[in-house]
Design a protein around this ligand. Sequence first.
Ligand code: UT7
Length: 333
Amino acid sequence: MAKRAAILGSGHYVPSRVVTNDDLAQMFNTSDEWIVQRTGIKERRFIEENGIGASDLALPATKMALEQAGRAVEDIDAIIFATLSPDIYFPGSGCLLGHKLGIGGVPALDVRNQCSGFLYSLSVADAWIRSGVYRNVLVVGAEVHSTGIELADRGRDVAVLFGDGAGAVVVGEATREGQGIKDIELHADGVGARDLWVEAPASMFIPRLDQAMLDEGRHYPRMNGRQVFRWATEKMPQVAMDSLGRCGMTIDDVDLFIPHQANMRINQMVAKRLGIADDKVVHNIQRYGNTTAATIPIGISESWREGKIGEGTKVLFAAFGAGFTWAGSVVEF
Ligand code: UT7
């Protein structure tokens, strides 16, 4: 029988520092009412102090995932690390995480696909497991946004959305009938590159960063919110339905829907378009904001521990983000 890849365990970690909407309103002109009404976010986590990177947040999430999967650190054959906020410009956070885990020599790949980064990474792990290249692949999504957003009036539309956090899963060979990653569908379209981006530093500029760019805030994320909203609410239901269709399933076969967490309104609209009941939809954006590549693995880890995921649970995933990139997947646990 052909090999099938499965998610064997998951974990997550968020920093202890809670930043409420009221805390942000002390820093710039915004309000709890505006943020809750437009996004559903009530609070998010920021790193506690200088010097904590995405790989540091990934470390406890990884240990939790390994424990649930019944695997030791030494069992990891490869690391895939999805992040748009790597600890440093280069090398990648996967290399740093491998070193912190004490598994020098194990290959590490960083994936730069923003909010779709986890599903892109899962797709690589799926291919590696099915083809027999590796037996246990660690897939991580981790972000430190708080050091990169503009906590001022000029950047307020973006600054209120993002938080720090990490999620991880261990992908290995399925052992039960039905279990496993049934489908992953990936898309990208650079037409939207400038609708959600960080422009500088950039290798196409001489110099890559100068004082004028800093003054103009071109090193902060900028977003055409309405455009991103429109694309997300169209592409997420479409890719989710396509992925289900490729598995010969309908929305009624789905036990749980874990969408990327960018905006509660987006997810409610997507759920409505899919025709899935709200009690089957995972929302944790209220507590963490948008943690980009980490939202889906955090959603998996929390749902598993809350008992929403168990043996045989069929989960639908959908993500949309900068690039633009978008992705859908169906997994049976
Ligand atoms: O992971 C994928 C990445 N991101 C997304 O998926 C986000 C997609 N977009 C969105 O979620 C929404 O577009 C936002 C939540 C970002 C914004 O909501 P909106 O309903 O599209 O608001 P808007 O940008 O049209 O702004 C409405 C008003 C503006 O004021 P005026 O021009 O009407 O006077 C903004 O200046 O709200 C103002 N505004 C704010 N007010 C208080 C923008 N940001 C803030 C803020 N606090 N933080």
